[in-house]
Each structure stands twice: as C-alpha cells, then as structure tokens.
Design a protein around this ligand. Structure first.
Ligand SMILES: Cc1cc2nc3c(=O)[nH]c(=O)nc-3n(C[C@H](O)[C@H](O)[C@H](O)COP(=O)(O)OP(=O)(O)OC[C@H]3O[C@@H](n4cnc5c(N)ncnc54)[C@H](O)[C@@H]3O)c2cc1C
Length: 342
C-alpha cells in the first residue's frame, strides 16, 4: 500500500491528538484516532475538557519550544479572527510580576502577542515589581473540543473509542499502518510498552464565576500561582489555580474554592468580589498529564514502523498544541519522503 493511503494512527483524542489529526488531514493524510475518551466526554482524567485555557508564554523553555508556542499562537489567532465556532477569543491581558523578569522569563512572548507594553507605575498594584499588558488568546475547551471533533470527521478522519493496554495492541489493530502517534497524555504512565515513570498526575481545581466582566485576563507571575482567565463566549471567568500531586479526588475541595476566590479578588478586585453569589459559581476539576523534566516530543524507528511521542504537557497542552501538531506533520512527511524516494 502506498504511504499516502496508510492511515496515520493517533492514540489519544485530547487537544494534542485532535489538533494533530486536524493538521494531518488538512495536509491530505488519512487519519484514525483511537482513544478511551473522546471530545465531549467529561472524565477528570481527560485533561483537555477542563483547561483554562489560555495562551501564556512559558518561561524557562528552549528557543525550539518557544517556537512551538509561537506557531500555536498563529493558528489560534486565525481561528479567533475567522471562526467563532472554534471557541477561541482574543482578549486583553494584564500580567503582574512579583520580581523583575529573569533572563529566561516569559518576556520572549512579547515577540508573539499584539499590543505588548510595560505598564507605568500606578497602572499595576503596588505590591508588584512591574506589569505588562498585551493581547492574548483564550480557548474555551467546551467549544473547541467538539469543534475539532466535527472538523476531523468532516475532513474524513475516523474516531474509534477504545482503551488499549499497549502500543503493540494498536500496531496489531492496524497492520497496514507505518506511523503511530502516542498522544495519550497520562496514559503513557501505564501503557505496558511505554511505562514512562516521569509521567505523573497533577490535579487542578478551578472556579468558574459567571460575570459579564469577562474580556480581560489577569496573570500573577511569580511564586503564587493565580490567574483569571476570561471565557467571553460562556460569559464568565475561570479563577485558579492549584497544582496538587498525588491527589486524584473528583470531589470539590471547598477550602481550595475559598482560597482561589480570595486570591483572584486580591489580583483583580474590579472583576472578582470578596463573596461572589453562590448561584454564579461552578467548579472545574481535571488531572493534568504532567512529566518530570517537561513533555516528550520525539520520533523513534521500530523496524518498519515510526513511533512519534507527544505527551506530558502538564499545564500547557493548549499553549503548545498546534505547534506540536505542525512538528508532528513535518516528521510524518519526513517518514513519507523516506518511503517514496528510495
Ligand atoms: C484545571 C486545568 C487548567 C488548565 N489550564 C490550561 C491553560 O490555561 N493553558 C494550557 O495550555 N493548558 C492548560 N491546562 C492543561 C491542558 O489541559 C493539558 O495540557 C492538555 O489538555 C493535555 O492534552 P493531551 O491531549 O496531552 O491529554 P488529554 O487531554 O488527557 O488526552 C489524553 C487522551 O489519551 C487517551 N488515552 C490515554 N490512555 C489511553 C489508553 N490506554 N487507551 C486509549 N486511550 C487512551 C485519553 O482517553 C484521551 O483521549 C489545564 C489543565 C487543567 C486540568
């Protein structure tokens, strides 16, 4: 079977698997996505259903990884401008820094976002060292994941709901395929032929506060992990956050709720009151697929098969998604070339 007709098999239908499926299909490849959870599902282990999800430049990453984020920004911006169904919106952001930015800080993001400027003193709360304002992108996962499912299906991609115990099981399901993409998130900890011990679950719990003041992001840059992510299309803001290792509880922890509201109020009292009415609040719980040392993105050759790994994105899967997808498309094309040019 010629390379172009062999389906590329993706394990995982989170933002990484689905963004990749879409980009491969747009480039003419055949694609099958196999996953236990599919867009629209609401299991806490399906991280992509629960993300904030904002595009925020990550600090402490390599130039190559910065570029993955820049590519993601390019794709998301296009969706925000041209496709409201995507659930992606352009919003104003204010980032307050506890300390002066270090050499490897998130400041590089100013080369990607629009309207970046340093705030004048008096424009940011006194207890911070400095502040930035810029425009950024927020993705509402309750809209974006179903949007991707629809797009993938319309482009001829296929979803198969199935839990597999190993990648070998997947190879046996698709003997004609030669490229397999492991985008299984936390699944890579338990797949018997991956067993990546660096993967670990990191629980997040956010508050969704329904309010019409939902067009401005606030981000606290420093030791305290606090953000307010607007969701204009759902008329509310997401207040966070926490990162809890070794906690897989699906129950709402009301101490965390109170603490997040208090922190969000301190960050932006103009948006979050001290005691928001209970009926305006709901809660979001999801387990991030984190990995010690950062995510894995690489290609391996196993006999005739090419295995691409893209997992362990922790709290940044949306911010890296389309850049990672493009990297994977290029790598699949390299494999195609090797099959065509003998
Ligand atoms: C509260 C919260 C806030 C967040 N905020 C942001 C944010 O603001 N910005 C941002 O960029 N990111 C954010 N994130 C992180 C983001 O949600 C994740 O990084 C991203 O969703 C990971 O996507 P993924 O596709 O790798 O994994 P997942 O979405 O977890 O998908 C994994 C897929 O693999 C499948 N799978 C796994 N194992 C198997 C198996 N054995 N057999 C079959 N299928 C399998 C699953 O069923 C699923 O389809 C947040 C996360 C949380 C929880």
């Amino acid at each position: 079977m010629p390379f172009s007709q062999r389906p590329i098999v993706i394990l995982g239908a989170g933002i990484i698997g689905c963004a990749t499926a879409r980009q491969l299909l747009l480039n003419g490849f055949r694609v099958v996505v196999v996953a236990e959870f599919l867009p629209g599902d609401q299991n806490i282990f399906y991280a992509s259903a629960w993300a904030g999800a904002t595009w925020h430049a990550a600090g402490g990453i390599s130039p190559e990884y910065r570029y993955l984020q820049a590519v993601t920004h390019r794709h998301l911006l296009r969706m925000a401008q041209e496709d409201p169904e995507s659930g992606v919106c352009l919003v104003d952001a204010r980032e307050y820094l506890e300390e002066a930015p270090s050499e490897n800080s998130s400041l590089w993001g100013k080369t990607v976002v629009s309207n970046f400027r340093e705030l004048e003193s008096g424009e940011y709360p006194q207890n911070f060292h400095c502040g930035w304002s810029y425009q950024t992108l927020v993705t509402d996962p309750t809209r974006h994941m179903p949007y991707l499912r629809k797009q993938i299906t319309a482009l001829g991609g296929q979803f198969i709901r199935k839990r597999v115990e190993s990648l070998r099981e997947l190879y046996a399901m698709f003997p004609e395929s030669s490229v397999f993409i492991n985008a299984s998130g936390l699944g890579s900890k338990t797949l018997t032929d991956v067993r990546d011990d660096k993967c670990f679950p990191e629980r997040g719990q956010n508050v969704f506060y329904r309010t019409d003041k939902c067009r401005q992001m606030y981000f606290r840059n420093g030791k305290e992990y606090t953000y307010i992510i607007p969701r204009p299309l759902s008329e509310g803001v997401v207040l966070g956050g926490v990162k809890q290792q070794n906690n897989l509880s699906p129950e709402v922890d009301m101490d965390v709720v109170r603490d997040e509201i208090a922190r969000a109020h301190r960050l932006a009292p103009e948006v979050v009151p001290t005691n928001p009415p209970e009926e305006s609040l709901s809660y979001i719980i999801g387990i991030r697929p984190s990995r010690q040392g950062g995510f894995r993105l690489d290609s391996e050759q196993l006999g005739q098969q090419t295995i691409l790994s893209a997992y362990g994105f922790g709290g940044g899967g949306y911010a890296f998604s389309y850049g990672v997808a493009e990297w994977l498309v290029k790598t699949v094309e390299k494999s195609e070339r090797e099959n065509v040019i003998l």
